[in-house]
Design a protein around this ligand. Sequence first.
Ligand SMILES: *Cc1c(COP(=O)(O)O)cnc(C)c1O
Length: 359
Amino acid sequence: MSETSPKLRAELEGIPTYKPGKPAAAGGPVAYKLSSNENPYPPLPGIMESVTAAASSFNRYPDMACTGLMNELSERFAVPLAHLATGTGSVGVAQQLIQATSGPGDEVIYAWRSFEAYPIITQISGARSVQVPLTPGEVHDLDAMADAITDRTRLIFVCNPNNPTGTVVRRAELERFLDRVPGDVLVVLDEAYREFIRDPEVPDGVELYRDRPNVCVLRTFSKAYGLAGLRVGFAIAHDRVAGALRKTAVPFGVSQLAQEAAIASLRAEDELLGRVGSLVCERTRVVDTLRGQGWTVAETQANFVWLRLGERTSAFAETCERHGVVVRPFSGEGVRVTIGENEANDIFLKVTEAFRKEP
Ligand SMILES: *Cc1c(COP(=O)(O)O)cnc(C)c1O
């Protein structure tokens, strides 16, 4: 047998692996998964039906152009078809955006801590991550991010609301930032949690992109629409960027099941957004209760809360698990906890109450 092994690109050395939220423990008394920001509601019957119908022909390739879904999105967001691109979740689209813009020697700027996929997809491309710390209030430091731009900068992620802190940047500061970014640098507004926002001062990226050819909006069906397992997301951007996304797409990446489910979800939007409304009410209850218990909680506009627990992070996550809820710890920093079923949120709040009283 040969001693050698296939040569791999040096960039793959030391790539942090994506840590998926832990599944809820099987076999325990109760087990709720609050670790991946998923939608706790099961699929709507009508959406199940369209997926089941599509399942009868999965011996065929899907519609590569996602025609039906693209038409639906074009109408829903009042954008031309040429400004749309779909992909295997918005993470898939984000990776295509990096592929299309950045390579060895280039720089990708994003806040930190933010979405953990950013460092991974940046490093795979060979580009360098430029991480700009969040402010003490856990918000994007847009001035510092603009200051970090060099002539090697190709792409900037703005995660709004930010994962894992839930914090937002508002209209005036975001517009001021966009005005400072050179036109040849792509700004990606990652709006995975857009539907959970209730603060009217948070701008809709789709309005910001219209007169800015260097802005790309990322949206997903994984969170508010409850299709995380089907892998479909999309981007809205001007022709050049959307065209680059079509070039970098994995052929037939979005399955027909995902396409049909996404179309059915857009048609059932009122009902789905009603569920989002209930989750937002739960979010208010959870945040108010935490504050009543004495916790400092950054204002969240997403379907999760962030507790900066520092050294106590792992101990807290383990305690939650013993009580039947799985949360997402970032060791030494804090925990991100999804707003889930009411009973799950109750268990989490019992743990926080007890933990608060510990010396
Ligand atoms: C969950 C999430 C996504 C969506 O991922 P999908 O690939 O669409 O499932 C994108 N960005 C952020 C910040 C997220 O938290």
